[in-house]
Design a protein. Sequence first.
Length: 114
Amino acid sequence: VQLQASGGGLVQAGGSLRLSCAASTNIFSVRNMGWYRQASGKQRELVASITSRDSTNYADSVKGRFTISRDNPKNTMYLQMNNLKSEDTAVYYCLMGWGTTDYWGQGTQVTVSS
């Protein structure tokens, strides 16, 4: 299984970006999937997750600004990020889990300028 993350970039504070994570296989049976981020000098943290039943969970810092979603026919997961803040600057990683194995995407850089 390979995950390809994309959509990062440089944006001004208050702007928006949409991250995509495309899987090389069918995601219908994915156990769980989510987006994580790691800022320079900090630990990787969970940003948002979505279950096979489309139940979502968000970090308090992004609630009301970020939306996670999945498109099963396209084998893709998304993270819509609105009203971006400088503290959202980080490398964003996607994760998908099948059975007992988790797979990570390669990471995409998001930089928010103030």
